[in-house]
Design a protein around this ligand. Sequence first.
Ligand SMILES: Cc1cc2nc3c(=O)[nH]c(=O)nc-3n(C[C@H](O)[C@H](O)[C@H](O)COP(=O)(O)O)c2cc1C
Length: 376
Amino acid sequence: MPTRLFSPYAMRGLTLANRIVVSPMAQYSGNAANEATDWHLMHYGNLAVSGPGLVMIEATAVEPRGRVGQHDIGLWTDAQAAALARVLGFCRQYGQAAIGIQLAHAGRKASTARPWEGLAYQGEAEGGWVPVSGSDAPYAGRPVPRVLDHAGLDEVKACFVAATRRAAAIGFDLLEVHAAHGYFLHAFLSPLSNTRNDAYGGDLAGRMRYPLEVFAAMRAAWPAERPMGVRISATDWLEGGWMVEDSVAFARALKDLGCDYVCASSGGTSPDQVLDVGPGYQVPMARRIREDAGMPSMAVGLITEPMQAEGALRDGAADLVALGRGMTYDPRWVWHAAEALREAAAFAPQYARSHPSMRFGDFTKLAPEAAARQRR
Ligand SMILES: Cc1cc2nc3c(=O)[nH]c(=O)nc-3n(C[C@H](O)[C@H](O)[C@H](O)COP(=O)(O)O)c2cc1C
């Protein structure tokens, strides 16, 4: 019987070859102008030839103040678009995966050093900046952000829309809005970080208003035949914070605006969060969104084993599974999963002879998809 993991998945005009997604992972390797570099070419190129249905390009800042740090990649200049187009061109020429991009604004968590440099806030003397946010509640240990008024919020929305247009022009297959991990949009949603007392704060409807407006504006700028999803933190893991029930309500509202999937991540509002981390720890949240909101879901978080991934799909918790760290630990995860589940994954023809069935030179037993490519 065919597996769910290796069955195609269609969203609007895009059909993914399988349900395996490379989760967006910041590489902190942009150049001084926040353009993608050779590192991105190698990193995404390698993943694109390794068989996943979809490779997500990391959180890409929509404006300079929205960078997590100075080495992020961005999409507010033509040169940044050209650098990403080069990466996409390589992935298209040699890979088989669809390629999506995540657009992001770091909000009050902006201007930090890279993880391997300690993640500390970097002030202006170190090339950093004062973060902007919808509220004046700082992230622990960071400066009080500059609060944006309505004109400022319109400006950020316009940056999201402009980056959407650039992403569409470059030719990305799918767009994801980053509304998780305590960044700009998530900070509106969580009652712990949203202290506004206007229409963009207060009750759930008020806190969801701005992120929904941004989504709607981006959706209008993104081609109708291409899918668009949202990554959320399904819970803050904090008493009095954003809860899974709120995520269900948010997913319902997003569905009305033409959202094609929600990826259920979690946390990021405060370092006080009490996470219960274990294998597939966020899968139940993806299930809630899928079942209670009727929204296609993407599960992520410590999904590392092929049968575990297959189980999340087969149990009806998710439509797609994303792997982050597991994929950089083993970039050929998809090939290995295909072997374990007796399925076929796409091989670049240059690598087709590394398939186990080719070890003794028996071309006829090559995984069908790889064989087809090899014969071309
Ligand atoms: C190095 C690194 C960078 C990440 N960058 C992003 C990012 O740009 N956007 C995002 O939404 N999540 C980001 N994440 C979170 C991952 O996408 C993923 O949700 C998380 O690592 C849990 O999945 P995993 O257990 O399969 O790694 C990052 C994670 C890592 C390890």
